[in-house]
Design a protein around this ligand. Structure first.
Ligand code: COA
Length: 124
């Protein structure tokens, strides 16, 4: 978790289908939510379609449990000619005490796409 949370890009509640044999939420489900949240921000900045080109090495710090509310925070980290990197933090809010648990953080890189699905320069 970084010292500075970005914008609250997504808030979602996982369901019973998202649970693995340990009773935790699947890591792949978490990666999908991060991709969706980062993609929303990237498409807004790119003013059009984007594709995920890379995900930097990530570590899962704590599990998400059924009943948790999952919040995904996103902030722009760097911008290139056609690509931009979004830093994403995932936080689970648990129980009546609303305890916040840091689940994972990662950097997703998105590329702006043109109509032929090729890289497109980002707008000024
Ligand atoms: C995104 C895609 C169009 C880029 O095509 P490409 O031929 O690699 O394009 P380029 O080499 O010109 O790179 C485009 C930009 O991506 C960046 N990039 C490419 N690979 C990267 C990587 N592994 N990590 C970080 N940035 C990367 C380049 O640095 C460049 O950024 P810049 O213009 O800001 O300098 C192509 O790789 C693709 O379609 N990938 C599949 C995307 C997809 O379907 N994602 C969903 C998951 S299946």
């Amino acid at each position: 978790m970084t010292e500075q949370r970005g914008e609250a890009a997504l808030r979602v509640v996982p369901g019973p289908m998202d649970i693995n044999a340990n009773g935790h939420i699947f890591g792949g489900w978490v990666l999908s939510q991060m991709d969706i949240a980062g993609g929303i921000m990237a498409a807004r900045i790119a003013q059009g379609p984007v594709a995920t080109v890379a995900i930097e090495g990530m570590k899962f710090i704590s599990p998400i449990l059924l009943g948790d509310v999952v919040s995904v925070y996103a902030r722009e980290m760097r911008r290139g000619r056609t690509s931009l990197a979004i830093h994403i933090d995932v936080v689970a809010t648990r129980g009546v005490a609303q305890t916040e648990v840091n689940v994972t953080s990662g950097v997703y890189t998105f590329v702006a796409l043109d109509a032929d699905h090729r890289p497109r320069p980002l707008p000024e």
